[in-house]
Write a protein that binds this ligand. Sequence first.
Ligand code: IDP
Length: 150
Amino acid sequence: QPQDRPQARSTGERVLVLIKPDAVQRRLTGEILRRIEAKGYELVALRVLTPDAATLAAHYAEHVTKPFYPGVVDYMTSGPVVAAVVAGQRVVEGVRSLMGATDPTTAAPGTIRGDLGRDWGTSAIQNLVHGSDSAESAAREIAIWFPELT
Ligand code: IDP
């Protein structure tokens, strides 16, 4: 395949990363991608878009019935997100480790959420970044955000 085709460059496991609207608004996109690249992971695909409700319902299928879900929709549709496919050895586990715990108020220092998170009392936990929680979730989520890659 030609070198400009994303499929030609990807090696190993893949994960779907979302740089959420709070991170984009705070101009943290570069810092978050820097941490991912500094770890040695490979950027396979990248897109800026404002998600619609149907995309979010597919992505957050396991959360749609939860009481906090309407807040998640408000949060995630509040502005553009940066969606990325990232590849590398054990990248699912590695990106989870880079992100830190879900709630940035208790996420460990050294993690993206622990170092940069500013969530105080919003209806959805605003935590800057999403990363798939398993290889199965990654495949499902990549198909939602990057159908052309599957
Ligand atoms: P994760 O993003 O760390 O994998 P999940 O439990 O999959 O966490 O939750 C998805 C997203 O929904 C979180 O990143 C956060 O934005 C939001 N969220 C999760 N739990 C709560 C909650 O209890 N209250 C408000 N928002 C939540």
